[in-house]
Design a protein around this ligand. Structure first.
Ligand SMILES: Nc1ncnc2c1ncn2[C@@H]1O[C@H](COP(=O)(O)OP(=O)(O)OP(=O)(O)O)[C@@H](O)[C@H]1O
Ligand SMILES: [Mg+2]
Length: 339
């Protein structure tokens, strides 16, 4: 606990320093006791100060590497953050300038993102960019270092525990690994959220569980244990469990990973059908472009901790942005390399 807060404090210090450097405070202090710098345009001042005080650049090298304005712009030069609005639709979930680091690993770096109500949205991005971290912020399993996450307009990081518990009932979540309880059979796995979060009787629970299991094509597998199921069946079971509380928002973390193309296509169809029937905001995380083509109504492309571009799927597939084009067409040539 105390180690964590120490770490947080250390991070905060580093961030404060970087911000100060970005705004010129650090350089100003060292370079410019006379205040003369303000008289010159930036481009002219830099070479001159370097010539006068060569050691200064050594002192400030560390923080500046991350904070040089030019370098920043370069790194985010494909990030137009353009948001093609879906007309007349409110956001179910909003990320506002969210920063999140684990130690020195800055994962979310000023993330702004809106997930429209009533649509199937996909968050796409290369492996390790923070897609799962995003999902965990939506349900309050992770907290941002900075910024805010709103669910139906309410700030998740500012919720007291009771409100957070209530808020989580709005969500159905299918985690990346399916996350079934290995010691419970399929029926009990799917019934679990109902027993945990509601005071419904076993008869009513049985109605709901059996209906959801039938819906995902597992109507006759009630007694099977998770290790007796194939990967695809486990995903579908996870999906059934994510739906039992009639969630307003459903989060799928890579529902297609580890499935063969046919199973993936079937699961995509299932997601579309269930959405058409139940409505709500669905958020599907994937790096499978074929899945995105099949089910996405709205797409957000995440890279380097920020959204490159987001909007209705057809706008993104027609995007002129070189990064978005490369990523959505899966080409090796373009801004995205092995990193
Ligand atoms: N609890 C944690 N503690 C420390 N680091 C973490 C934690 N969770 C995630 N990370 C780091 O955050 C980064 C983003 O992880 P995340 O799982 O969100 O990636 P992802 O985009 O979902 O990747 P993939 O497509 O491979 O699932 C990674 O560098 C990961 O190591
Ligand atoms: Mg992930």
């Amino acid at each position: 606990m105390s180690r964590d807060s120490d770490k947080d404090r250390l991070d905060d210090d580093q961030r404060d320093y970087a911000t100060a450097a970005e705004q010129g405070d650090v350089m100003g202090e060292i370079d410019d006791p006379s205040g003369e710098k303000d008289l010159y345009p930036e481009a002219e001042v830099e070479p001159e100060t370097r010539a006068l005080e060569p050691r200064v650049s050594v002192v400030s090298e560390q923080p500046d590497a991350a904070a040089v304005p030019g370098a920043d712009e370069d790194e985010f030069r494909w990030h137009t953050e353009a948001r093609h609005a879906v007309e007349g639709v409110e956001d179910a979930v909003e990320f506002i300038d969210v920063h999140k680091a684990f130690g020195r690993n800055e994962v979310l770096r000023g993330l702004n993102l809106g997930i429209p109500e009533g649509k199937i949205s996909m968050i796409l991005g290369p492996s390790g960019t923070g897609k799962s971290v995003c999902i965990k912020h939506m349900v309050g399993l992770l907290y941002p270092d900075q910024g805010d996450i709103l669910v139906h307009g309410e700030s998740v990081p500012n919720m007291v525990d009771d409100d957070l518990f209530e808020m989580r009932k709005k969500f159905g979540v299918l985690f990346q690994d399916g996350a079934l309880f290995g010691s419970m059979n399929l029926y009990d796995n799917v019934a679990f959220p109902l027993r945990q979060h509601t005071d419904k009787g076993e008869e009513e629970i049985a109605d709901i569980v059996n209906r959801r299991l039938r819906e995902v094509g597992l109507g006759s597998s009630n007694d099977k244990m998770p290790n007796e199921l194939s990967g695809g069946m486990r995903k579908r079971a996870g999906f059934a469990r994510a739906l039992v509380l009639d969630p307003e928002i459903v989060l799928f973390d890579e529902p297609d990973s580890g499935l063969d193309p046919v199973r993936t296509a079937l699961l995509c169809e299932l997601i579309k059908e269930v959405h058409a029937e139940n409505g709500g905001a669905y958020v599907v995380i994937t790096h499978d472009i074929a899945s995105a083509r099949r089910v996405a109504e709205f797409i957000a492309v995440l890279w380097r901790g920020r959204i490159v571009e987001s909007g209705p799927a057809r706008d993104l597939f027609a995007s002129e942005n070189p990064f978005v084009r490369q990523f959505l067409s899966g080409e090796s040539q373009g801004p995205l390399g092995m990193e």
